[in-house]
Write a protein that binds this ligand. Sequence first.
Ligand SMILES: N[C@@H](CCC(=O)N[C@@H](CS)C(=O)NCC(=O)O)C(=O)O
Length: 256
Amino acid sequence: MSTTITFYDIKSNRGAWSPNAWKIRLALNLKGIPYKTHWLSFTEIEPFMKKLGANPTGKKPAPDDAEDLYTCPVIAISSPDGSSPSKLIEESDAIAEYLDAAYPDTPKLFPTGTRALQAAFGQFFLSEVMMPTSAVLVPGLVAILDEVNAKYVEDTRMRWYGAPVSTWAPLGSEKRAGVWKAAEEAWGKLAAVYAKSDGVWISGAQPVYADFIVVALLACAREVVQDSEFAAILKWHGGVWGKLWEASSPYLAERQ
Ligand SMILES: N[C@@H](CCC(=O)N[C@@H](CS)C(=O)NCC(=O)O)C(=O)O
């Protein structure tokens, strides 16, 4: 297909980190689709997306829930000569569906018959695994942003979730140890799901979108938690996440 994909991702001083954007980066890398990353900081997303004509992907959490929320990832598809207007696709799931439809000769993220099951998996992952893990990820995220964007994350998360990010899981604290214990238990539920598979990937020999939801959170953790903490995750539950991480390395390599 003779089009150019621009992939909007969120910058940090360690490069790619956003779990939602990583899902799509992994998908593009699996499919071998060329793309160009356009990096945006948190505070650039809303004004930039409005100007681009992108749709919001939801509402901000309360008390700002009357306001639209603009997020990454977004992709823009344009013809190489720029003669036709860009098509914009917002929201990681919608982008993944688009990539399967637009590049039918590439590995499928949603093999036939798996779309609904993968949607159920996504909901399970978000509430049972991602939520309990985020208490340790968000504080680490603040540390890899510039001053303005660190303040944006601290201020918005304080407003939306009611406690300063710096108190969620301070390094070396008992609280952090407790958060990690809860996270390990949460990932244990996921390990029980993966144990039903006969391969490293959830559906066997090939990765599907559900795997990339998981790997994307590991890729985020890689950038925002301590090295020793990340190494511990890879050993949890008989090393299932270590094996998944290793199998994902071809799709994690391109991160520009
Ligand atoms: N449901 C959306 C969620 C995207 C999302 O929440 N992205 C975060 C980064 S991981 C974001 O852009 N947040 C903007 C902000 O917090 O202002 C998707 O899957 O694309």
